[in-house]
Write a protein of this length. Structure first.
Length: 320
């Protein structure tokens, strides 16, 4: 299926089948399949793969099995997020994350992986799809869908896991993926990565970009509440700072979404300023175009934030 439209968040390109306003218009009695060309798969290979990932990610690898996945964060020693992979055990351990973070993620992990006799490989033979199911009587895949969040169903050819509100991610071989794409395309119920990104932001699931890699602490993105972090597991990179923030710090910021109008280009990681005092009140974490000048944004912002702000480098006053 040819993607004919696109929109950027930072340097990442999100694609769409239809022009942006139409792409985000879903009929409630229909299910939709999403082509997630922005996502890719890293295979983690070796007998010590689980122990290796346990020391690198915030999620508890001991809770991941063929029937259960987990979102997690990969952080640096300062506790700042480098990537937000989905982790599952299907034909070995897999991490699902954006294409434009694959090379840097493998490079960051390669030295420790070598010491653990673990190999990291980008698996380009797999297709990543999203599914939005709102009607059990409409077209659905020919395999069972998971019943609860983070549950996994699988076969040799595919795996499928639930993330939130009847949203599912499907990892499939090329033949299985092509068959699904054809089925939904024939019904005109196919969408691109832009519409999926918009749905993710509505559920407060943000993305990390090359521009924001190493910028945010997990609590600024509400990751503990969203199930990305285990506070019961052993040591992992950045744990000391993350635990100290969780147990000792008084949190002043939270993640919140807004629909805004902006005439100047946005950039993830930009500072948000009080329009009256010019003092910093938060950061722009993520955003998705809704129309030419309308955006759904996710911001890490003061809990008691002003109604009127400016984005760093912009002259427009924005009403939240």
């Amino acid at each position: 299926m040819q993607m004919t439209h696109s929109s950027n968040t930072g340097c990442r390109v999100y694609q769409s089948v239809l022009p942006v306003p139409e792409e985000l218009n879903f009929q409630t009695d229909k299910n939709y399949l999403f082509l997630l060309s922005d996502l890719a798969v890293i295979s983690v290979i070796g007998g010590q793969a689980r122990d290796f990932l346990q020391g690198q990610l915030t999620c508890d690898m001991n809770r991941i099995d063929p029937n259960t996945m987990s979102p997690g964060a990969m952080c640096n020693l300062k506790g700042r997020i480098l990537a937000l992979p989905h982790v599952l055990d299907w034909h070995g351990y897999k991490m699902i994350l954006p294409n434009d973070l694959i090379v840097d993620t493998i490079a960051s992990l390669s030295k420790t992986a070598m010491l653990s006799r673990v190999v990291l490989e980008a698996d380009r033979q797999l297709t990543v799809l999203g599914l939005r199911r709102t009607n059990d009587k409409d077209i659905i895949p020919d395999f069972p869908l998971p019943l609860t969040s983070h549950a996994v169903t699988f076969s040799d050819q595919h795996c499928c896991y639930a993330i939130a509100n009847d949203l599912f991610v499907i990892i499939a071989d090329r033949t299985t993926g092509a068959s699904l794409i054809q089925k939904y395309n024939e019904k005109q119920q196919l969408r691109g990565s832009l519409a999926w990104h918009h749905l993710q932001l509505e559920n407060h699931h943000v993305a990390i970009y090359p521009e924001t890699r190493g910028l945010f602490l997990p609590h600024r993105l509400d990751l503990p509440r969203l199930g990305y972090i285990s506070f019961d597991k052993g040591c992992y990179k950045g744990q000391e700072i993350i635990a100290r923030t969780h147990y000792r710090a008084k949190l002043k910021h939270h993640l919140q979404t807004f629909i805004i109008n902006a005439t100047q280009p946005l950039m993830p990681g930009s500072k948000l300023l009080d329009a009256d005092t010019n003092q910093e009140v938060g950061e722009l974490v993520d955003y998705c175009a809704r129309d030419e000048h309308s955006f759904l944004i996710a911001a890490s912002i003061l809990i008691d934030h002003p109604q009127h702000i400016k984005i760093e480098g912009h002259h427009d006053i924005i009403t939240l």
